[in-house]
Design a protein around this ligand. Structure first.
Ligand code: IPT
Length: 950
């Protein structure tokens, strides 16, 4: 019987769990495995004190049903589980409880799980393995306590042999959400307790292979393999003619493994009683000459940070969802994954080996919230926690050591620095010298093997690329760090509309072999679906302490729907760069390892009225980092756009043959030639093509189409980056605050004069004197009207504007948009790398991005011509602008907190943007690069409006 006192005392013990078997590799074996995952009985108590003292073996009639694996706080599970069980809580840096280590708070929810399974026969030896329990569990099998688990995203195995019985077996697990271990698990994500990964019962044959370590390397065409096993075993790699024994080293000609050519060989390791199959990839990782190399070749990591999250199940990600997201990554030219910030589900690593990803396997350690108190009592530097740190390192390395995809071990994330992290490195170096150790928090690189930073600005990376970084105080450490390769374990925070500046980072990655690349933050948004099916974020579940929508910051939504930035990332990460000029095509390869023989190339010439011609073009196989120029059969003709695509020649596991890997374009579409401004002022009456409201000077119809709400917009519905304080900037205010302070969010206009067809208005924010003069001059032209617009700041100011937009509305029936310009997706001055020139069409309702927290989005860039149609008529605008159109206003977007609040308001809202501010990454990291800022200045533009039958 467990008294809850013992359970409670246990929770304050900072040491590793009790009773576990030594950690071993995750292995594919022919020994029987019983998967106990499924639906278990479940009950919940709000605190440890409230949890009934009837474990193990309580009566479970009347309990709810809970899937295993899943997080018990997920609203989507409530119906089956018998009501809400607490709620998910999202905090970034802050712990949701006081820093009183090693004690958890009294408000410590408990989930009790029970299941039964039947055995015809009791094996002599069996292991009960938990792949991950978030929280701190005590486990009983048939009433016998097997031990406790600590370390939420790490496996724990117990010897179940003595407790098993023939027939029905009963498994009870009590999980407390918080424990001493919670101090080591302060990752930026939902606190989402439960049995989050599979539970299995594994028969262990006598003389079996409890553990296998395949040590591999590769150099000069020769792969080396040495298999370590606890008992003598036979080792075979049939494809390579290897047959011998464990402990023996085999050196054979073999193809190397890399993310670009993930060549695996099947190895069979066997004893009389057990057969284990390994997929061996021969590769060597080294840091030499300040360069990170795989098989001697400098590599560039074009990676993403990946958390494990599912909007309905919490920390458990179904296999098919994971498989689909890895395929999506490969389709978007991602070649590396950092498993932020804990070891992933083991199946991810199998897939990474097979599909080809470089993986940074990160340990389940983060103590970020101690930074808020000056790192006082940080577990990373206190002997009390040493065992827990070493235990976590060992459990990661032992589980994952056989994966060729893992090229770096990472100690954890944001855990300050200290002796326990150093001790982890020493242990890892000793156990597995084949992989360098990474940890960003060791700023001076005292104990790590590669220099890593997060969100370093372009300027900082540029200095590091040329080894011109500022020196460390200690010359010895400085020399050591200066000799290291550099990577950004996090950069380009992909929250909301953004990130801007990706291309410029990628140029820096290419500029120097020292820069090993980086990992965009982050792959996935962590939205949670509430019981009503709506996507929610921090604070939406009544949490007292939370960090709002900071958890919605991915390249894909929680449902794995791509955000526009994923298409941009694909273009920026493209492994081949295609440049088209006249009838010549230059292909520059950025592959580090393979040639381009797996690609085929085709071209298409398009005009407004459709495809003019298309065909394929032969490009010789280009060696890694080489280039070639070939002639195209036909150049673009005036009025057309020529696009060349590089595609997969044959099916890959992650995409079918024909999948487009990269593309390049040349456009011979001329800018619209609009008649220059004439000096004679035509009388207003002479221009039937525009009707002006004499009270405001605003047009009420243009070219016969009714328009309303004509105004100058200098503001945008703040994007997440506008709310952030850009790192390293003198003005410590977010852009949103700066713009509001000068009233850009509520401009008012005063009519100054209407002189014939010329309308002058003054625009400014309430209480502000930084006025802007807007002059609109209308001139009749064949079939329409020309608008000359001038935006003139009336005071000399250093002000920055969000945009310079001519805004108006059309009747909602104008619900379709066609344009020539960049598309089909959105683009801002520093994004949109994935958009291409062409003739695009979309429903207005589909133009905005359905961000979970609404914000400005959906701008189509470099537009020369746009037309809105209601099916019968079409209003066309020509010029050079960006277009934002949506069925709701800028203000509605700005005031909504969740996407489901936005409803069409009966108008089509159009903004023709003459200029815009970039988006940057200030939500976390540097702001907008200078070139993409918008400082108040005079802007002149001409737009031709015309209408036709649709
Ligand atoms: C950095 C964290 O490592 C990551 O987990 C995430 O929180 C990210 O920021 C922001 O989304 S830490 C930050 C202080 C740079």
């Amino acid at each position: 019987m467990t008294g809850s006192t013992t359970f409670r005392d246990d929770l304050a013990d900072p040491r590793p769990g009790r009773g576990a078997l030594p950690p071993v590799a995750a292995l594919e074996s022919d020994a029987p495995v019983l998967d106990l995952s499924g639906t278990w009985s479940f009950r919940w108590a709000p605190t440890v004190a409230d949890a009934p003292a009837d474990m193990p073996g309580p009566d479970t009639s009347g309990w709810g049903r809970m899937p295993v694996p899943a997080s018990w706080v997920m609203p989507a599970l409530d119906a089956a589980a018998g009501g809400p069980h607490g709620s998910p809580v999202y905090t970034n840096v802050r712990y949701p409880f006081p820093l009183d280590p090693p004690f958890p708070p009294d408000a410590n929810p408990v989930g009790d799980y029970a299941t039964v399974f039947e055995l015809d026969e009791v094996p002599e030896r069996a292991v009960l393995r938990f792949e991950g329990v978030e929280g701190a569990a005590t486990v009983w099998l048939n009433g016998v306590e097997l031990g406790t688990t600590r370390g939420s995203r790490l496996p724990t195995s117990f010897d179940a042999s003595a407790a098993l019985q023939e027939g029905v077996n009963r498994l009870d697990v009590r999980v407390a959400q918080f424990s001493a271990a919670s101090y080591l698990e302060d990752q930026d994500e939902w606190w989402a307790p439960g049995i989050i990964r599979e539970v299995t019962l594994r028969t262990r044959p006598a003389g079996g292979l409890d553990d296998v370590f395949a040590r591999v390397s590769w150099a000069d065409g020769v792969g080396s393999l040495l298999v370590e096993t606890p008992v003598p075993a036979t080792v075979e790699v049939p494809e390579l003619g290897i047959r011998g024994s464990s402990g023996e080293r085999f050196d054979v000609p073999a193809e190397p493994w890399s993310a670009e050519s993930p060549r695996l060989y099947e190895a069979i390791v066997s004893t009389d009683s057990e057969r284990v199959v390994l997929r061996v990839g021969f590769r060597s990782v080294s840091v030499d000459g300040g360069v990170l190399r795989v098989n001697g070749v400098a590599i560039t990591l074009r990676g993403v940070n990946r958390h494990e999250h599912h909007p309905e199940l919490g920390r458990a990600v179904p296999r098919e969802v994971m498989d689909a997201e890895l395929a999506l990554m490969k389709q978007h030219n991602v070649n590396a994954i950092r498993t932020s910030h804990y070891p992933p589900h083991p199946a991810l690593l199998d897939a990474a080996d097979r599909l080809g990803f470089y993986v940074v396997d990160e340990c389940d350690i983060e103590t970020h919230g101690f930074g808020d108190v000056g790192w006082r009592r940080n577990p990373s530097d206190e002997p009390l926690w040493r065992e827990a740190y070493l235990d976590r390192a060992a459990r990661m390395v032992e589980r994952d050591k056989n994966h060729p995809s893992i090229i770096l071990w990472s100690l954890g994330n944001e855990a300050g620095t200290g002796q326990n992290l150093r001790a982890m490195t020493e242990w890892i170096h000793d156990r597995d010298p084949s992989r360098p150790v990474h940890y960003e928090g060791d700023y001076d690189c005292e104990y790590v093997d590669i220099w890593s930073r997060m969100y370093a600005s372009h300027a900082e990376v540029a200095a590091i690329a040329t080894r011109d970084e500022p020196a460390l105080d200690d010359p010895e450490l400085d020399a050591r760090r200066r000799a290291m390769p550099f990577m950004q374990c996090e950069y380009a925070h992909a929250m909301g509309n953004g990130p801007g500046g990706l291309s410029e980072y990628d140029e820096l990655f290419e500029s120097s072999e020292r820069i090993a690349g980086g990992f965009v933050w982050e792959w996935l948004e962590h939205g949670i679906r509430d019981a009503g099916g709506r996507m929610r974020y921090g604070g939406d579940f009544g949490e007292r302490v939370h960090d709002g929508n900071f958890v919605i910051d991915g390249l894909v939504s929680a449902d794995r729907e791509p955000r526009p930035q994923l298409e941009d990332l694909k273009a920026v990460f493209a492994p081949v760069v295609l440049t088209v000029a006249g009838a010549s095509l230059t292909v520059r390869s950025r592959y580090d390892v393979i040639d381009t023989s797996h690609l085929v190339f085709d071209w298409v010439i398009e005009r407004a009225d459709g495809v003019l011609s298309r065909g394929s073009v032969d490009v010789p196989a280009i060696p890694p980092r080489g280039s070639a120029t070939v002639s195209l059969p036909a150049p673009a003709v005036p009025g057309s756009v020529l696009t060349v695509s590089a595609r997969l020649a044959s099916d890959a596991e992650w995409a079918p043959a024909g999948h487009e890997v990269a593309w390049g374009q040349e456009s011979l579409v001329a800018a619209p030639s609009l008649p220059g401004a004439s000096t004679s002022a035509e009388a207003l009456e002479a221009i039937p093509a525009v009707t002006l409201d004499p009270r405001t000077g605003a047009p009420t119809s243009i070219a016969g189409i009714p328009v309303a709400d004509w105004r100058l917009e200098l503001w945008r519905a703040p994007i997440d980056n506008d709310f952030g304080v850009a790192w390293g900037e003198a003005d410590g205010r977010p852009l949103e605050e700066r713009w509001r302070a000068i009233g850009l969010d509520q401009l008012a206009s005063r009519l100054v004069s209407i002189d014939g067809s010329s309308v002058v208005t003054r625009v400014g924010g309430a209480g502000r004197d930084e006025l802007v003069e807007l002059t609109c001059r209308w001139r009749p032209v064949d079939g329409g009207v020309l608008l000359d617009v001038r935006v003139q700041p009336l005071v000399d100011t250093e002000q920055e504007w969000a945009r310079v937009g001519i805004s108006f509305t059309l009747p909602a029936a104008f619900a379709g948009m066609r344009w020539f310009g960049l598309g089909p997706g959105q683009g801002y001055p520093d994004t949109g790398q994935g958009t291409r020139l062409g003739w695009h069409a979309a429903a207005v309702a589909d133009l905005p991005v359905p961000h979970v927290r609404p914000q400005e989005s959906g701008s189509r860039r470099a537009v020369r011509e746009v037309a809105f149609t209601d099916g019968a008529r079409r209003l066309t605008a020509e010029g050079e602008f960006a277009v934002t159109a949506r069925p709701w206003s800028t203000e509605a977007v700005a005031s909504a907190t969740h996407s489901d609040e936005l409803q069409p308001d009966g108008r089509t809202h159009v903004v023709l943007d003459l200029a815009q501010y970039g988006v940057g990454t200030a939500a976390c990291g540097p702001g907008v690069l200078t070139d993409y800022r918008l400082t108040a200045h005079r802007i002149d533009a001409t737009v031709r409006f015309s209408s036709t039958d649709a």
